[in-house]
Design a protein around this ligand. Structure first.
Ligand SMILES: [Zn+2]
Length: 257
């Protein structure tokens, strides 16, 4: 965990991604923001009932700690659509009056567009192609996972940027771990082909599912880093929907400079 010297925000980073100076990324903890309970404190979501002024200030703190020119948010709906941002026209700036796209994954090869995913148990999956200089950020909840949003995003990078999946490096951020991902109604919620990721206690390993989906999409297993930090087990660091119900969303951000 690293702490920003400017405003004390703390965040996790993936070792492999730090080797690329053009790339900037971070998975922010919930600490050192300005929101009050139950959103304390670095909540980045306008959709959970928090004071919008606090959310705005939190987003600005993240933007300044990354020295990001522009943050790009999406309205996440647990779908599998990928927004590809390739021209100035498809800009989606952070201004309060802008309407974010309804997608759960974003990809761009433009510099200074910092793609931001907001989560509390769902997986933020960061992707970077150092060869084609493109990034993507995925919001993968269990609904997105069983529809392979991670693989679809790799495919979108292939189509839009001619990315070779073998070049892509991937980071799976803090999210609900196999320790806490219990699905009592898995028989009607989770397709049978995923039941092999279940232990005897109805807990699913969605980290392994993402890893396998990335490998199936052509990403080298040596290029995949899974943080292995369970959000529900670490409420002092991260928001957890399962653990807290009404709570905030923390931010995972990736962009090119
Ligand atoms: Zn856990």
């Amino acid at each position: 965990m690293t702490r920003s010297p400017d405003n004390g925000l703390s965040f996790f980073q993936f070792d492999q991604m730090l080797e690329h100076p053009q790339l900037r990324h971070a998975v922010f903890t919930r600490r050192n923001g300005c929101s009050s309970p139950p959103f304390s404190s670095l909540n980045t979501s306008f959709g959970v009932g928090d004071d919008p002024e606090h959310v705005k200030r939190n987003r600005q703190a993240i933007q300044s700690s990354l020295k990001a020119r522009q943050m790009v948010f999406a309205r996440q709906v647990h779908g599998v659509d990928v927004q590809v941002i390739t021209s100035e026209k498809s800009e989606n700036p952070m201004q309060a009056d802008s309407v974010p796209s309804v997608v759960d994954a974003m990809a761009t090869n433009l510099r200074h567009r910092f793609l931001t995913v907001q989560v509390a148990d769902c997986q933020p999956v960061l992707l970077y192609d150092p060869h084609r200089k493109a990034v993507a950020n995925v919001h993968a909840g269990w609904r997105g996972s069983i529809r392979n949003i991670v693989g679809r995003t790799v495919q979108a990078m292939q189509e839009a940027f001619q990315s070779d999946p073998g070049d892509i490096i991937a980071g799976v951020g803090p999210s609900l771990g196999p320790c806490c991902a219990e699905f009592r109604h898995y028989r009607r919620e989770i397709p049978q082909r995923f039941w092999r990721y279940k232990d005897g206690d109805h807990h699913f390993d969605f980290w392994a599912i993402s890893r396998d989906q990335l490998v199936a999409a052509g990403v080298g297993s040596e290029n995949i880093q899974v943080s292995g930090i369970c959000t529900r087990c670490h409420p002092e660091l991260f928001f957890s929907y399962r653990g807290e119900g009404i709570t905030g969303r923390f931010a995972a951000v990736i962009g090119l400079t």
